[in-house]
Design a protein around this ligand. Structure first.
Ligand code: 13P
Ligand code: 13P
Ligand code: MG
Ligand code: MG
Length: 379
């Protein structure tokens, strides 16, 4: 057993009511039941089950390190059990993200998304969990760039001596399965030169250069690539540690005041604006979206999730802070709807739909096949 704590988020869409809206509450309860068992068996230290749109997110802490087969196995089994319920209730797309019948020790490549970080718990450890639905991992590239590379967003990069040392950014080429670690601030412009291509590059991990350890990690499992065919966008999560040499909680939230267009939305084939909202308001309600993002926060307390204890709950059951719940985000939400509506005005024309390689659905090969005999060379 390692002294270091590992925080893992493993997530999957295993069916929802109605269409791609939200997992049935009994599916979430089943996951809670399975993780309670896992906690009793000593596989995990603590857990919190939540969701964004139709994706179930399992937040877990343990001392087993990243990619541990027992932790991944526990999450897999929870999703399998939830799938059984989903099938029984004829939920839409039941079992959508479980791509194999035989679990091989790690959820990577098997369908669910995962983000994990191992670190020495600090005296105080404020953590944020971003969770998005109807979009892809590269949706985090713009806000994370602003948070970690832009002093006009994060004043801490200028006035906090440890943050000023900068950050190492691990970038994945999700098409070619390659990775590279680049350092800010020296290589900031080159980092942005890669990340600007959101069809190919995404941030996987950001690490402090002043010895604090991991600061952010994103799930980058590209489901459509993994499965070789469309089975749902990967709807990514991002785990962040904050404060004391890392960006402050408020600095993490700041870039979401801007309206950002991302790929995903209806049929995983459109461009829509990221809509920050509470977990309770994360059902997609407009054209299967707009792409939703939630942010919840916990303090870690010796490996446990320390939140608030609501008046009506049992002692020891902690609820996170839900950062995008309040009125301060209302105007961002209305801007996101305005921008999304503007995109919808284009119907099935680019840039409202994605480029041909990025479309999750297309009928073009059939259309071209039918036209083979009618297609003529231009004079
Ligand atoms: P169908 O192809 O089953 O209609 O699914 C479409 C879909 O899942 C996008 O919402
Ligand atoms: P999910 O990836 O959230 O299942 O959504 C699929 C879709 O096509 C929605 O229109
Ligand atoms: Mg779905
Ligand atoms: Mg989803």
């Amino acid at each position: 057993m390692s002294e270091k704590i590992t925080v893992s988020v493993i997530k999957a869409d295993v069916g929802s009511v109605v269409g791609h809206s939200r997992p049935h509450p009994s599916m979430m309860d089943k996951c809670r039941e399975m993780l309670t068992d896992g906690q009793k068996q000593g596989i995990i230290e603590d857990f919190y089950v939540t969701r964004v749109g139709d994706d179930i997110n399992l937040l877990m802490t343990h001392y087993k390190g990243e990619n541990h087969k027992d932790v991944h196995g526990l999450a897999w089994n929870a999703f399998m059990e939830a799938t059984k319920l989903a099938k029984k209730m004829k939920m839409y797309a039941a079992g959508q993200d479980l791509l194999t019948d035989a679990f091989s020790g790690n959820v990577k490549g098997a369908g669910p998304g995962s983000a994990e970080m191992e670190f020495a718990e600090r005296a105080s450890e404020p953590m944020l969990f971003f969770m998005a639905d109807k979009t892809e991992p590269a949706a985090y590239s713009l806000p994370l760039s602003r948070i970690f590379l832009d002093p006009f967003t994060t004043t801490g990069l200028v006035i906090d001596a440890r943050a000023k040392k900068g950050f190492d950014v691990e970038i994945h080429d999700v098409k070619d399965s390659k990775k590279v670690v680049m350092s800010s601030p020296e290589e900031t412009l080159s980092i942005l030169s890669l990340l600007g291509d959101t069809t190919r590059y995404a941030i996987k991990r950001i690490t402090s250069r002043s010895g604090i350890g991991p600061a952010a990690v994103v799930s980058t499992d590209k489901l459509n690539m993994t499965a070789g065919k469309y089975v749902g966008k990967d709807d990514p999560v991002c785990i962040c540690r904050s404060q004391s040499g890392l960006p402050a909680v408020g600095e993490f939230l700041q870039p979401f005041m801007n309206t950002m267009l991302v790929a995903g939305w209806m049929r995983g084939s459109h461009v829509g604006a990221l809509y920050p909202c509470s977990v309770d308001n994360s059902d997609p309600t407009y054209f299967d979206g707009p792409p939703r993002i939630c942010c919840i926060g916990f303090q870690l307390n010796d490996g446990r999730f320390q939140g608030i204890e609501p008046m009506d709950s049992k002692p020891g059951i902690h609820q996170p802070i839900d950062f995008f719940e309040g009125q301060v985000w209302d105007h961002v939400r209305s801007n996101a709807v305005k921008a999304s509506k503007m995109m919808r005005g284009h119907g099935p024309f680019m840039p409202a739909i994605l480029s041909p390689e990025e479309m999750e659905y297309t009928s073009r090969p059939e259309v071209l096949k039918e036209l083979t005999k009618r297609l003529e060379k231009l004079d």
